[in-house]
Design a protein around this ligand. Structure first.
Ligand SMILES: Nc1ncnc2c1ncn2[C@@H]1O[C@H](COP(=O)(O)OP(=O)(O)OP(=O)(O)O)[C@@H](O)[C@H]1O
Ligand SMILES: [Mg+2]
Length: 604
């Protein structure tokens, strides 16, 4: 019987393989520029004609190739970058497959010229549809020039799918910009039809980021930096007021490789918490350096995606770094008076994105200088009276005229509380006067933040004895719900719950955390289980999820009346937390309105 299966001719196999690597002109530019980077070039010149459909030429001053290497480079699976399987596990170059040149060569008319430092003359090879046409000697500088003509001339199906010149050019510029971000010390020029489009001179990271995104880092962004367990995150984050309608101003680079990752983008948004409205895209350029063995770059045909050995750790490091950088830079949402002209949003709390934010770089900068002393942020652990030291939101008590280092004490605290400039609005918000304006605090989310952090601390310290219930309570749940509850028994016990598992679908609760505000005869446990079920796909750990849920259901609610003292205590405790501006769900806790704004509003 004749066989049905046959091996494809090389020519066709190459074109299929090329289809994966070279989807459009920008992909050719990317591959050629990456080769130049790997060759150690510090100057790369890119010339394209007709959006790359006609010509793409990339010249570099890297190490170059000798005659034999130049011919080898055109073979599939020919590479100088890895040798063994173990090399594949820790790649430190951009290329490693030995696919790019043969792929490009098989779908175009290509000429490669190159010369190494050891040679007198260089070599030129011309290839057409993957076949070598001519090899000759050329005089040229050390380095390599690859010229690609008539991309997809022999793959009409592909050529047909190319977009207009402007679109292809846009992709090329985006690709060159991303590489530019990764290698600021590299000078790169890009011209289109003989006219310069991009000229990136040697720079440092900050300058390069400014060039590429056309922004002023000092004014519009904050710097982020963190290092832990061999991993380093560094970069720049737009202030919440510097947002765009698309993700064009976002870059994530892993070991010098621009990548796309929904998960890590999510980590950045997580770090912004509620500071960014839905539909807005903050600017960011974040560089992640991670031991090459912990990231697999061999997962996507164009290497646009990578896989991490421990993605959760990377996620958490990025979101924590972003959160900290924004917090330290004092980017609390600021309400502009215009926001009040619009109808108030429905619902008890300010939903993320329903307020307007406004940058006030001058006042922000001034405020930033105050809370720092000797380079360290002053954290008030004092009674409410001393609020004028609190971070960058100095609340004014009536005693604020006293010297800042006035002795702290209970009495003073109580006296201050009586006259403190705080008010409750609609039994939902706390309005407080601060040195240069006012702030509004959402009482529920503020309390949530306080409880959340206390709960997390509770999980990590000695178990707290709970308060015995006079009448133990039986709580019944479905079998699935019970499975969730069992998973968190140890955490709940840590907080002071006494829970006995009766097997099947009920438990008996004989103790609850002392001082628990909202217990409602076991409803709390059901709510926690429901939240856990919903958050099943969330990336945060179990402890964080339980703490979020516990805080949400036990915190003061909207609609509860608070005394001045309660409000002051809440504010005091809020500003002792790690993250007083964003609640565990990512909603804003504090919004402020500066005196400048108010004055301007009244025409002063
Ligand atoms: N501009 C260049 N300067 C010096 N050597 C180069 C240059 N471009 C390519 N080479 C050499 O040719 C080889 C083949 O290049 P090619 O791009 O096809 O594969 P690669 O870079 O090794 O892997 P990948 O397919 O992942 O890009 C490289 O390994 C490198 O040794
Ligand atoms: Mg390559």
């Amino acid at each position: 019987m004749p066989t049905r299966i046959h091996i494809l001719p090389d020519d066709l196999a190459n074109k299929i393989a090329a289809g994966e690597v070279v989807e459009r002109p920008a992909a050719v530019v990317k591959e050629l520029v990456e080769n130049a980077v790997d060759a150690g070039a510090d100057r790369i010149v890119i010339d394209v004609a007709a959006g790359g459909r006609e010509t793409i030429r990339v010249s570099d001053n890297g190490c170059g190739m000798g005659r034999d290497d130049l011919l080898l480079a055109l073979e599939r699976h020919a590479t100088s970058k890895i040798r063994t399987l173990s090399d594949l596990g820790a790649i430190s170059t951009l290329g490693f497959r030995g696919e790019a040149l043969p792929s490009i060569a098989s779908v175009s008319r290509m000429a490669l010229e190159s010369r190494t430092g050891e040679e007198e003359a260089g070599t030129r090879v011309s290839v057409e549809g993957g076949r070598v046409k001519e090899v000759s000697a050329v005089g040229r500088d050390v380095g390599t020039t690859a010229t690609v003509h008539g991309l997809f001339y022999n793959v009409p199906a592909r050529r047909k799918f190319l977009k207009g010149i402007e679109t292809e050019m846009r992709h090329i510029v985006a690709c060159v910009s991303q590489i530019g971000l990764a290698y600021p010390a590299l000078s790169i020029t890009l011209s289109h039809n003989g006219r310069p489009v991009l000229r990136l001179g040697q720079a440092d990271r900050k300058r390069r980021v400014e060039e590429v995104f056309g922004l002023d880092v000092g004014r519009e962004a904050v710097e982020a930096e963190a290092e832990a367990e061999g991993m380093r995150v560094h970069g720049f984050l737009g202030r919440p007021t510097f947002v765009r309608r698309s993700g064009a101003c976002q870059a994530l680079l892993v070991n010098g490789r621009p990548i796309q990752s929904r998960t890590l983008a999510h980590a950045v948004y997580d770090g912004y918490g509620g500071l960014i409205a839905r539909g807005d895209y903050p600017f960011y350029a974040l560089y992640l350096e991670i031991p090459p063995g912990e990231v697999d770059v061999n997962v996507h045909p164009t290497k646009r995606e990578v896989r991490f050995a421990d993605e959760r750790r990377v996620y958490q490091m990025i979101s924590a770094t972003v959160r900290r950088a924004l917090r330290e830079a004092d980017v609390i949402p600021e309400v502009s008076p215009q926001a009040f002209e619009r109808e108030a949003p429905a619902g008890p709390a300010v939903a993320p994105g329903s307020y307007e934010t406004k940058a006030d770089p001058v006042s922000t900068a001034q405020e930033m200088t105050r809370p720092y002393e000797g380079g360290r942020r002053r954290r008030s652990r004092s009674a409410a009276l001393d609020l004028d030291l609190q971070m960058s939101l100095p609340l004014i008590g009536r005693k604020s005229s006293e010297p800042e280092d006035a002795p702290e004490g209970r009495e003073a605290g109580e006296a201050g509380t009586e006259t403190a400039a705080v008010w409750q609005l609609h039994e939902t918000y706390i309005l407080a006067e601060i040195k240069n304006g006012l702030i509004l605090i959402d009482q529920h989310v503020a309390h949530e933040r306080v409880i959340y952090e206390e709960t997390l601390r509770g999980f990590r310290s000695q178990p707290t004895p709970g308060q015995q219930l006079l009448f133990p309570l039986t709580v019944s749940l479905s079998l699935t719900e019970m499975a969730f509850l069992r998973e968190v028994f140890p955490l709940l016990e840590q907080l002071g719950f006494g829970i006995r598992d009766l097997g099947g679908n009920s438990v008996v609760v004989d103790a609850i955390p002392s001082g628990l505000r909202q217990w409602e005869d076991g409803k709390l446990l059901k709510e926690i289980v429901e939240d856990l079920q919903e958050a099943g796909r969330s990336r945060s750990g179990l402890e964080e999820r339980v703490a979020t849920s516990y805080a949400c259901h036990t915190a003061i609610r909207a609609g509860e009346r608070l005394s001045k003292r309660e409000m002051m205590t809440l504010i005091d405790r809020l500003f002792e937390t790690e993250d007083p501006f964003v609640c565990p769900h990512g909603r804003p806790i504090v919004i402020k309105m500066s005196l400048d704004e108010i004055n301007r509003r009244f025409g002063r």
